[in-house]
Write a new protein. Structure first.
Length: 117
C-alpha cells in the first residue's frame, strides 16, 4: 500500500466511500464526479500504479478486477443494457490517481464515440 494514495486510503477505510462491491482482491465504489447515472471505480486492493506496472506477481489482482465487472454490473443493474469500462494509463492517457483503476460507466446510451475534439 502507498500511504499517500487516496485509493489505498479508501481500501483501508481511512476515507469514506460508497462501496458497491468488495472481496479480498477488489473494491468497487461510486465515483464522486459521475459522468453517467452509473459510474463506479473498480480497483485492485494492492497498490499498482497503472497498467504499465502489471506483472506476473500482481496480475492475479487484475484478473480479479476483470471478474468483478460482471458482479458490479449486476449490482448496478446495467448488466443487460450494457456498460463501458475505461482504464486511463499515465498522464497523456488522463490518469489522475496513480493507482490502477477502471471506470465502469452505464445507465444511459453512451454511443460509440468516446473521444471528442
Amino acid at each position: 500500500m502507498d500511504e499517500n494514495c487516496i485509493f489505498c486510503k479508501i481500501i483501508n477505510k481511512e476515507i469514506p466511500s460508497t462501496m458497491v462491491y468488495e472481496d479480498e482482491y477488489v473494491c468497487a465504489f461510486k465515483d464522486l464526479n459521475p459522468v453517467a447515472p452509473v459510474h463506479v471505480l473498480v480497483i485492485p486492493k494492492i497498490h499498482i500504479q497503472d497498467l504499465e506496472h502489471v506483472n506476473e506477481e500482481n496480475s492475479i489482482y487484475v484478473s480479479k478486477v476483470q471478474e468483478a465487472f460482471k458482479k458490479v454490473s449486476e449490482i448496478m443493474g446495467v448488466n443487460e443494457t450494457g456498460y463501458r469500462v475505461i482504464c486511463n494509463c499515465g498522464e497523456d492517457g488522463g490518469q489522475e490517481v496513480k493507482h490502477l483503476h477502471y471506470h465502469l460507466i452505464g445507465g444511459k446510451k453512451l454511443g460509440a464515440k468516446i473521444i471528442h475534439d
